[in-house]
Ligand binder design. Structure first.
Ligand code: UDP
Length: 327
């Protein structure tokens, strides 16, 4: 008998990697996606249901049809900068539509939910490593909308018996090591893809958003985690819920921070290409450093991010931008 897992945003960058990991683990993924930013040709390991996450009737019908063992909820607007300039889109897509999805889950008694949350829920932290007890005080609308859904899950779990795992991603990066999936955002705003675009001549130069942060080299420090490692953590979370495990809120990161200049240097070393850049002002909503304490996820889900060193991240992402590794 097939064990379905419904993956909202399953045609997107992270969602499609999750669908592949689910398939490799014996599940049948059902990608639920409105294809506004996702790609139908990234749905290669299961089925596609084309709809908005907030369409209660259609989503409930999909849940009734497939009776999934869990819903993995990835669909969201996910750009920090954009969330500051257009918060309405974030509250509508991430909060309103997310709550409608939860209503469809309750209505159909689909009670296992894995939620894509974010380190952006922590805001600007003083401490070097962020653990799950660190207060969540987001400093941008994106982080706030993710936190609101986490809180709804907590309340729904208490009241309605919903069971959930909230996975707080640090910086998802890299791409499928088998080169079957690549990062394809339009517009692309993330650091590693943009730096690769600069290295390959697709853009003139990378804008570095601030070199005046209180960090060792003045640029922001982030904890980059390979998208296939993230995907494996979702499979482990589905299994945890399937096995009757209780609510979890977990960081998915490596415990290692890398600055913008660290990323540029790694790209230059691995590809032999220079990354032209210019230095601009800080981007609104960006905290100086976000690095996970990943021990809780290691303990609870056996999360071991084996592909998340910067070299593997860059070498798996680079082919998507037409770049080869130096021999
Ligand atoms: N960044 C940058 N130039 C860019 C894109 C990003 O300097 O064109 C910086 C950004 O300020 C942040 C880091 O790179 O400190 C990672 O940003 P990204 O957008 O990749 O992820 P986020 O941390 O916003 O989720």
């Amino acid at each position: 008998m097939r064990r379905y897992v419904l993956v909202t945003g399953g045609a997107g960058f992270i969602g499609s990697h999750i669908c592949k990991a689910l398939h490799l683990s014996g599940f049948t993924p059902v990608a639920l996606d409105n294809l506004s930013t996702g790609h139908a040709d990234a749905v290669r390991w299961g089925l596609l249901v084309e709809t908005n996450v907030g369409d209660l009737e259609k989503v409930a019908r999909a849940l009734e049809t497939y009776r999934p063992v869990a819903v993995v909820h990835c669909a969201a607007s996910a750009y920090v900068g954009e969330s500051v300039s257009n918060p309405q889109q974030y509250y509508e897509n991430n909060v309103l539509q997310g709550l409608a999805l939860l209503s469809a889950c309750l209505q159909t008694r689909t009670l296992n939910v894995v939620f894509s949350s974010s380190c952006a829920t922590y805001g600007a932290c003083e401490q070097p490593l962020i653990d799950e007890t660190t207060p969540q005080t987001p400093i941008n609308p994106y982080g706030r909308t993710k936190l609101i859904l986490e809180l709804a899950l907590e309340d729904y779990a208490m009241a309605y018996g919903l069971r959930y795992v909230a996975l707080r991603y640090f910086n998802a990066a890299g791409a499928d090591p088998d080169s079957e999936l690549f990062e394809r955002h339009d517009p692309e705003t993330h650091l590693i893809p943009r730096a690769l675009m600069a290295a390959s001549g697709q853009i003139d130069a990378l804008d570095i958003f601030g070199t005046d942060y209180a960090t060792p080299d003045g640029t922001c420090v982030r904890d980059y985690v390979h998208v296939s490692d993230l995907a494996d953590a979702h499979v482990a979370a589905v299994r945890h819920l399937e096995g009757g495990g209780g609510a979890l809120r977990l960081n998915l990161g490596t415990g290692m921070g890398h600055s913008v200049f660290d990323v540029l240097r790694t790209i230059e070393t691995l590809t032999g290409r220079s990354v032209p850049f210019s230095v601009g002002p800080q981007r609104a909503g960006d905290p100086a450093a976000l690095v996970a304490d990943p021990r809780q996820a290691q303990r609870m889900l056996r999360f071991s991010p084996e592909r998340s060193d910067l070299r593997t991240i860059v070498s798996t992402a680079a082919p998507g931008f037409g770049l080869r590794m130096r021999p």
